[in-house]
Write a protein that binds this ligand. Sequence first.
Ligand code: CDP
Ligand code: CDP
Length: 217
Amino acid sequence: MIIAIDGPAGSGKSTIAKLIAEDLGLVYLDTGAMYRLVTLKALNDGILGDLEEIKKMLDNLNIDIKENSFYLDDIDVSEEIRKPVVSENVSNIAAIREVREKMVDLQRKFSESKNVILDGRDIGTVVFPNADVKIFLVADAKERANRRYKELVKKGENVKIEEIYENILKRDEIDSTRKESPLKKAKNAIEVDTTSKNIEEVKNEILNICSKYSICV
Ligand code: CDP
Ligand code: CDP
């Protein structure tokens, strides 16, 4: 069984997907984190703007995901991949065709013979166009920036809300206008606006949708 959750940054995808995974006993895969791992590797190797080097790097890429922790070259970088410097560069890396091909391949392999909920930008359109349930989460950009700001401040990051808002708008733009697998609602996805809903409300709304597809707790 595959549940696809797509939508822009800060719409609540990963929070909700984790909760649904617990309730329905599914495995959760955060595909955005995979693009963040590739971005961190490119940053560490100092090859961010070098397309040929990035393509070469993909051949020896050593990334792993264990129990919602993310590893690059066997080191747990779960915190590092959420840093603003990664957020600022990830959309450009995710727009590269070869990067996407490699990630989509890994996502499909990861999901083989499992019941999985995946969140990202292209799950319902490209990775699993035949997913059992497709949800498209949206929320007002100011609200999304506010959520991300609160989250980073809690982690002790010194960030400005204006910069986060700009980053969210820029990523929305790059992600939805890129040539390869742009962010868009799949034709048969159900859109849920989370702007003025709390986490519990969104979770219940999605569980309700799942039950209509005979996917129940
Ligand atoms: O958590 P947040 O919404 O900030 O972003 P994310 O889900 O961690 O994704 C980071 C970036 O990876 C996005 O802005 C996209 O550029 C890219 N991404 C993608 O292209 N396709 C996916 N399936 C998931 C993420
Ligand atoms: O994965 P995505 O970037 O779509 O969003 P997220 O990381 O799940 O959510 C971003 C922040 O918004 C988290 O701190 C959530 O706790 C919060 N959130 C919220 O306040 N209300 C919601 N309905 C959903 C998420």
